[in-house]
Design a protein around this ligand. Structure first.
Ligand code: NAD
Length: 238
């Protein structure tokens, strides 16, 4: 699991362990993952921006059954707000990292004839246009494209690849986005209310709800599901 230090990645590492998996929970900030280390969860530093770190992680881990690419960054803004540097950074973190981890871990899965890849996308992508998510949506649409491509290439070789498309989920980085938007919205509460208002259910999702979907998609119960962008969004796309 990448980006397991907080939010959805952390909840998923814990949920995988609770479901009986042996988990390697990684994050660029190792201090954040240390707290969930246990008999079944090994923690490690992994900066997904660095190819050499990913190759080393693959060597250290050996063959794995499930790869969950969770690391991602939310750029807020329209096409007119976006800079070339922000575009490049977001594609490095949200997309190239997944290309590299899949390239590093797939051979072990193919050798053993089974494996599951889960990539974190979003409803803000090719699934739905969301205001002020120009760069972010472009990266997450690319995640869906990569996932479908890998699913098609390895569908006969025991490897499934799916991505998760959450709506608005209450995580530490969402709180940061709320803080950034507070000035324009008038207050932190007004900024929070605007995020909640995007959700027809009238509430934010929890990291645990997304983790439960990840566990299902990784499990044998989902063996007939591959190449899908699975939406979990409290009705945002209704
Ligand atoms: P978050 O943004 O709160 O935490 C992100 C974690 O990623 C942190 O622990 C951070 O240390 C780690 N990280 C940052 N750069 C890294 C790097 N280079 N290498 C490894 N780890 C790195 O977590 P979140 O909000 O749960 O988001 C996780 C994923 O879910 C992201 O891909 C995000 O785009 C996606 N997502 C989130 C929401 C939401 O509403 N929160 C909705 C849809 C999709």
């Amino acid at each position: 699991v990448t980006a397991a230090g907080q939010g959805i990645g952390r909840a998923t590492a814990l949920a995988f362990a609770a479901a009986g998996a042996t988990v390697i929970a990684t994050d660029v900030d190792e201090d954040k993952v240390r707290g969930i280390a246990s008999d079944t969860i090994r923690t490690a530093k992994l900066d997904v921006l660095h190819a050499s770190d990913i190759d080393r992680a693959a060597r250290d881990a050996g063959a794995i059954d499930i790869l969950f690419n969770c690391a991602g960054f939310v750029h807020q803004g329209t096409v007119l707000d976006a800079t070339d540097d922000e575009w490049s950074f977001a594609f490095e973190l949200n997309c190239r990292s997944m290309f590299r981890t899949m390239r590093a871990f797939l051979p072990g899965m193919l050798e053993r004839g089974h494996g599951v890849i889960l990539n974190m996308a979003s409803v803000a992508s090719s699934v739905k246009g969301v205001p002020s998510r120009f760069i972010y949506s472009a990266t997450k649409a690319a995640v869906i494209g990569m996932t479908r491509s890998v699913a098609a290439d390895y569908v006969t070789r025991g490897v499934r690849a799916n991505c998760l498309c959450p709506g608005t989920v209450h995580t530490p980085s969402l709180d940061e986005r709320i803080a950034v938007n507070a000035a324009a919205a008038g207050s932190v509460e007004a900024a929070r209310a605007a995020f909640i208002a995007r959700q027809p259910m009238g509430r934010l999702g929890s990291p645990e709800e997304i983790a439960a979907l990840a566990v299902y998609l990784a499990s044998d119960a989902a063996q007939f599901i591959t190449g899908q962008a699975v939406v979990i969004d409290g009705g945002l796309t209704l």
